[in-house]
Design a protein around this ligand. Structure first.
Ligand code: ATP
Ligand code: MG
Length: 450
């Protein structure tokens, strides 16, 4: 590791330089701030150790100059005893730490090592954040159908505003993904995205979870605790499954939305936060308000901007792209073809579990499949079966000439046709044991010719 040491005290430089070199560091020394900056731009420096008070430019100037351009380098300030305030100010300006003169070798090493470690973590953290933001870009979502494109168009707009957003849609349609994408495409993306899954929190704890509490507010409140609203300050709060929120909390939530302030439980201090609220539910909130289970005023407050994600069965144009997307994801980038028969069955299936169900279906098919193609055998039977042929159609009663006997005859014949005369498979299709099938075939005198 290469340390740039800047201090006008020539003797001190000698001592520190010697100590650091002994520990295996490479050391470059400067006695003026400007010389330090010049050397920094010429060499590949990992750590800058600079005195604050120097005759030409100060250590703070050095710090600001370097930090403006370089986030990677570790910068540690050396302060004289009694000027710790300066040093604290410097940390706010981007220094990693400071060390007060006089200091020993061990102390110096400790400060350097800790600062190097922390900066590395911080950079990793930034990278992760960028990666996350990339993952939740709207561009990453599969939206081919006109219906979804409209939703995304509106989502982009609300991401630039502070408006409260209500995301509606059946289970598995992508409500949480949309909420995250809104956050990571908004100016709040560097601030927290906090999720509250309403039904998973016990009723007696939800207020404290949202608004926080002070010590002694209730039995078990052993210390002050911030609520999710405070934790989300500057960022986004996502209230998932809001249809399950209990009455008393609904009232408090309404107040926060109206007045933008609240108190922690057991405290009278008023807290104000800057939070964009996103809420989601798969319930029909309008219906719940009619039934008196959800406050109407809260419903209107929440649905300033409603975004409704249509169920997958109403946007089947999205299916081929989603299939490709999930194959890429689970196949680690490999492009595995899907048989036309499978794609056809996907188009005909009604997808009650929406995108999550499709995602699981693809993951499963890739695990079970040969690795070279997804074929109809890798798809669960309730999806690969065509509903028109086994379901609804058969259950319509004709006006005349109907009998149960006739229907049973037809069903058994159909099953035998489908299984090409294989009795075990025909029995399987009818979900009856083979001996029952044989008995009925005999009873109705059904003989199947291959
Ligand atoms: N448009 C899309 N493109 C790619 N993946 C999607 C899309 N929509 C949803 N998904 C994926 O589908 C899965 C389900 O999405 P998500 O959890 O956001 O749904 P949800 O509506 O919150 O479901 P639930 O109501 O069950 O909580 C996730 O793995 C998500 O990444
Ligand atoms: Mg969800």
């Amino acid at each position: 590791m290469h340390v740039l040491l800047i201090d006008d005290d020539i003797n001190l430089c000698k001592v520190i330089g010697y100590q650091l070199e002994k520990q295996g560091f490479r050391v470059t020394t400067a006695h003026r701030g400007k010389d330090g900056l010049r050397l920094f731009s010429q060499k590949d420096i990992d750590v800058v150790l600079t005195d604050i008070q120097m005759p030409d430019i100060s250590g703070i100037d050095v710090l600001q100059n370097i930090r403006q351009e370089n986030q990677q380098v570790v910068i540690i300030l050396i302060t004289a005893y009694g000027s710790v305030d300066n040093a604290l100010e410097a940390c706010r300006l981007g220094a990693d730490d400071y060390i007060t003169k006089p200091f020993g070798q061990e102390q110096l090493l400790f400060v350097i090592e800790k600062a190097v470690r922390l900066r590395k973590l911080q950079l990793e953290n930034e990278e992760l954040k960028d990666e996350l933001a990339g993952k939740f870009r709207f561009e990453k979502m599969v939206v081919k159908s006109d219906a979804m494109q409209k939703v995304i168009q509106n989502a982009r707009k609300v991401a630039q505003s502070d408006a409260t957003v209500l995301i509606l849609g059946e289970s598995g349609t992508g409500k949480e993904l949309l909420a995250r994408s809104i956050h990571f495409n908004s100016p709040r993306r560097d601030k927290p995205f906090i999720v509250v899954n309403c039904p998973s929190i016990p009723n007696n704890l939800i207020e404290s979870e949202l608004f926080g509490h002070v010590r002694g507010a209730f039995t078990g409140a052993i210390k002050d605790r911030k609520g999710k609203f405070e934790l989300a300050d500057g960022g986004t709060l996502f209230l998932d499954e809001i249809g399950d929120l209990q009455e008393s909390v609904q009232a408090n939530l309404l107040r926060v939305l109206q007045e933008k302030e609240f108190e922690r439980l057991g405290d009278s201090r008023i807290i104000q936060v800057d939070v964009q609220l996103l809420a989601a539910t798969n319930k029909n909130l309008e219906q719940l308000t009619k039934e008196g289970k959800f406050r109407e005023d809260l419903y209107y407050r929440l649905s300033v901007v409603p975004l409704t994600i249509p169920p997958l069965r109403n946007r089947k144009d999205d299916i081929p792209d989603l299939v490709r997307y999930f194959i890429q994801q689970f196949g680690h980038g490999r492009d595995i073809p899907v048989s036309a028969e499978v794609l056809q069955s996907f188009q005909e299936y009604h997808w009650p579990g929406n995108i999550r169900e499709l995602e699981n279906t693809i993951e499963r098919a890739l695990v079970l499949g040969s690795g070279s193609e997804i074929s109809i055998d890798n798809v669960p039977p309730h999806i690969s079966q065509k509903p028109g042929k086994t379901g609804d159609e058969l259950l319509q009663l004709p006006f005349d000439d109907f009998s149960l006997e006739n229907a049973e005859r037809q069903l058994i014949t159909l099953a035998l046709q489908k299984s090409r005369g294989n009795q075990t498979r025909a029995a399987g299709l009818l979900k009856i044991p083979r001996h029952v099938l044989l008995y009925r075939m005999k009873k109705w005198k059904i003989q199947y010719q291959k």
